[in-house]
Design a protein around this ligand. Structure first.
Ligand SMILES: Cc1cc2nc3c(=O)[nH]c(=O)nc-3n(C[C@H](O)[C@H](O)[C@H](O)COP(=O)(O)OP(=O)(O)OC[C@H]3O[C@@H](n4cnc5c(N)ncnc54)[C@H](O)[C@@H]3O)c2cc1C
Length: 464
């Protein structure tokens, strides 16, 4: 019999590990506790609209190279639409700024659009240019301070902080600036904006997350020799003579395996390990990893509100609004929009109705038609532990994929990937765990995709 790998958890990390192992001819089984796959990137049936509604709009960026490789392999790449322009709303007058690349190489490709942002003064822009240059320096990755302190010490103007740094980082990392490490902030700007012309491009799914990660990817895995079991919650990892032997399901069923990849959220790990492994140093550290919530307001109205695919709000409660009805045809029912609020702790302190009203009032300042539209249905969804917090020092709490137990790998956005909690981080972790398994089997392979190359000018200017 060939080696058998059990993958516990059918989020993106577990799915990516399964895809990589199937591609390399290794027998594997994904065990997911819920009836649906995709984990934190999934959808649920909305009874009222009769639609599959994403737990929250997910987007990828051009710099997410392993995620793109995963989508290409599983043939879902065509289910994403690349945004060639981003639309920023001027907080002073509600006008739309189009943000797009020029013909210049990185890091100057966005300079023209940046210069055109009339809600920042030239003084703000100058301070930002100096700030970005300082952040790109390799030495800034070692700075132990919260990013808010770093910004103050680099003389960033209050308006630049509020209307630029906060806007980009809160939506990318889902944390407030006083809880973001300098290294995490640097990662966003270097990979997303400074290294390569395509890094910043935003890819938006055209299908529900359930269609992608709940149906198409599992079908691909099964067509390539893997097995996917839903509603197969794992109670504990079984270890004998200091090596993993399999798992016990909540139903009592036992499954043996040569290797196990544990791809559940970080706060579930300790309870699934036997003593004394549950109190190993790396596991104890995990309990100090903090988390941040993300909320989304979904609403359906009787008329179109905007003709843009999305818009980025620069101040207020709304951060991004996504138009899920742009390609709507006659008879498709009401118009569906989704507003995303990252690091949404303030949402938790208010009633859902109050959040809905604030969101609609902010949208109406840009699109007055919102005041006339009839709200047919709405819902507020909050994922309380949406992402782990990239607080200073959080990288030291993240374990490598090889666990302290031989033949047990960890996978999940929370493991050491060099990335914050993203689909890219999750996929990378799955690939890295699969690389370790393949190395054990004597068939080493490089699975993580290479980063986008650094432009010559960025290399010369910043030493990237
Ligand atoms: C609201 C929200 C918005 C986001 N927006 C973006 C975005 O725009 N772009 C982006 O890149 N990222 C985004 N993210 C982050 C991204 O979704 C996550 O980083 C990624 O999906 C994590 O994948 P994972 O596999 O590591 O973990 P998870 O998705 O948490 O998967 C873990 C899986 O393990 C299963 N499980 C748990 N316990 C057991 C058990 N005992 N037995 C079997 N299975 C078990 C769970 O049910 C789950 O399916 C967002 C996240 C949220 C919540």
């Amino acid at each position: 019999m060939s080696d058998h790998v059990l993958i516990v958890g059918g989020g993106l990390a577990g799915l990516a590990a399964a895809v990589a192992l199937c591609e390399n001819g290794v027998r594997c089984t994904v065990l997911e506790s819920r009836p649906r796959l995709g984990g934190r990137a999934s959808s649920f049936p909305d009874g009222h609209s009769e639609q599959w509604v994403d737990n929250c709009q997910h987007v990828a960026m051009g710099c997410c190279t392993s995620f793109h490789k995963f989508c290409k392999t599983t043939e879902i790449e065509s289910c994403f639409e690349r945004q060639r322009e981003l639309y920023f709303i001027n907080p002073d007058n509600g006008r739309v700024h189009r943000f797009a690349v020029s013909a210049l190489p990185a890091p100057l490709h966005l300079a023209g659009s940046f210069a055109g942002l009339s809600y920042l003064t030239w003084r703000d822009k100058l301070s930002l240019a100096f700030g970005l240059k300082a952040l790109a320096a390799k030495s800034s990755a070692l700075d132990p301070r919260p990013f808010s302190e770093w910004l103050r010490s680099h003389r960033q103007t209050p308006r630049a902080i509020e209307r630029f740094w906060t806007v980009v980082l809160v939506s990318a990392l889902s944390e407030s600036l006083d809880r973001i490490s300098v290294v995490a902030a640097r990662k966003v700007f270097v990979d997303g904006f400074l290294r390569h012309r395509d890094g910043w491009a935003v890819d938006i799914p055209t299908e529900s997350l359930d269609e992608l990660f709940g149906r198409r990817v599992p079908e691909w895995i099964e067509a390539h020799g893997g097995t996917v079991r839903r509603q197969a919650g794992v109670e504990r990892i079984e270890v004998s003579h200091d090596t993993v032997t399999g798992v016990q399901l909540k139903s009592g069923e036992r499954i043996t395996a040569d290797h196990v990849i544990l791809a559940v959220p970080w706060h579930r790990v300790a309870a699934m390990l036997p003593k004394p492994w549950d109190s190993a140093d790396v596991i104890t550290k995990l309990s100090h990893l903090d988390s941040a919530p993300i909320s989304s307001v979904h609403f359906w109205v009787d008329r179109p509100l905007m003709n843009l695919p999305h818009a980025v709000f620069v101040s207020g409660l709304v951060q991004w609004v996504f138009n899920r009805s742009l390609t709507r045809t006659e008879g498709d029912g009401p118009y569906y929009y989704q507003v995303v609020i990252s690091a949404s702790r303030q949402v938790l302190e208010q009633s859902s109705e109050s959040i809905r009203d604030q969101v609609l009032a902010e949208l109406a300042t840009v699109w007055p038609v919102v005041n006339d539209a009839r709200l047919q249905h709405w819902r507020l969804v909050t994922e309380h532990r949406a992402v782990f917090s990239v607080t200073p020092g959080s990288d030291d709490l993240r374990p490598p994929q090889q666990s302290p137990i031989p033949r047990l790998q960890f996978a999940g956005d929370w493991t050491q990937t060099g990335w914050p909690a993203t689909m890219e981080g999750a996929v990378r972790s799955g690939f890295l765990a699969a690389e370790n398994v393949l190395a054990h089997l004597g068939r080493p392979a490089k699975l993580v995709a290479v980063d986008l190359p650094t432009s010559g000018l960025s290399h010369w200017l910043f030493g990237l």
